[in-house]
Write a protein that binds this ligand. Sequence first.
Ligand code: HEM
Length: 376
Amino acid sequence: SARYPFFGEHQAGITTPAQDRLHFAAFDLAPDATRDDLASLLADWTEAAARLTQGLEVGEAGAVGGSPYAPPDDTGEALGLPASGLTITFGFGPTLFGTADGVDRFRLAARRPAALEPLPRFSGDALVPERSGGDLCIQACADDPQVAVHAIRNLSRIAFGRAMLRWSQLGFGRTSSTSTSQTTPRNLFGFKDGTANIKAEEPDAVAEHVWVSREQGPEWLVGGSYLVARRIRMIIESWDRVQLAEQEALFGRTKGEGGPMSGGGEFAAIDLAATARDGSPVIARDAHVRLAHPETNGGIRLLRRGYNFVDGNDALGRLDAGLFFLSFQNDPEHFVTVQRSLASDGLNEYLKHVGSAVFAIPPGAHEGDSIGDTLL
Ligand code: HEM
């Protein structure tokens, strides 16, 4: 089972080969929390995350080594399980830096990155406030769902009295590969997802598109990134009645191998200019890969790291299923540009964006320091 270091220049869980499972959680600080509470919370979270990611229990005494007269330090359900590739990635939402009504509870307003603003409204948004926003976020990814859930559960428990869970999302089946060592997984529409993603083996692309540079700043965020989370409901019952050829046209890729409709295998370059005999474009004007492609968006690339979800069903007997879209980029405006381009995406007939959040992802911490030390 894989084990990734918690400390380092960048936080883990971004270029780390995407694990199979996700538990994502957004938190709000308690109404009476102070700046000291925030600092102590981040220190406690760092200490626990450093242990959990190495397959250790929370606290030296763990789940069963402490006093029989006190609740154990660790909740216990991961006892005996290996690290399972667990990564824990922390982020700061715009509301941490002061609210719209000018309240600056943590004296952080002056430190807010100019780029960290709530995302604008997009056409077709059907956002639910209870599934959106948050002062803080934690992304826990692992190859075992029990390990990812154990991490979020224990970190929420540690936050008790200082911050509380605002919303959370479980994901199964990664929908992206972030390393050339991985095969491309499939989303719930049945298509390979992650083919043209930024891969860890492309260090120049990672440096150019993912990590916040010194020129971009602010200084405390250099080596960090921005995370956009979108809970996208997929109307799979309607999709499942669409003809195969139409499904492929909507994506601009074949369903089997995942190659571009303009020809070639999975990793062949997409030829957006290719035309059919009658002069019509081979990759349709409203095809997802045309509208999301860097050529259509001034060279922008995102590091996508999303997961499939199925959360029961709705009152109409349709599965509450979809893609929990996660992307890392060194400017949230890059996501905004691509998402605006996708306004005419043919797929939209089968999609509904119901949750949305953006977070600044601070750089990694060095051993002995805490996540967020560069900010506080
Ligand atoms: C490509 C699925 C939403 C950005 C793709 C591909 C698939 C796919 C199958 C082609 C394979 C690949 O290169 O990964 C989906 C589904 C979505 C969704 C099912 C919604 C449920 C989004 C959103 C964005 C986005 C919201 C960003 C705003 C991209 C990008 C590419 C891509 C940048 C690569 C384009 C290229 O360089 O060729 N997506 N996607 N996707 N998607 Fe999505």
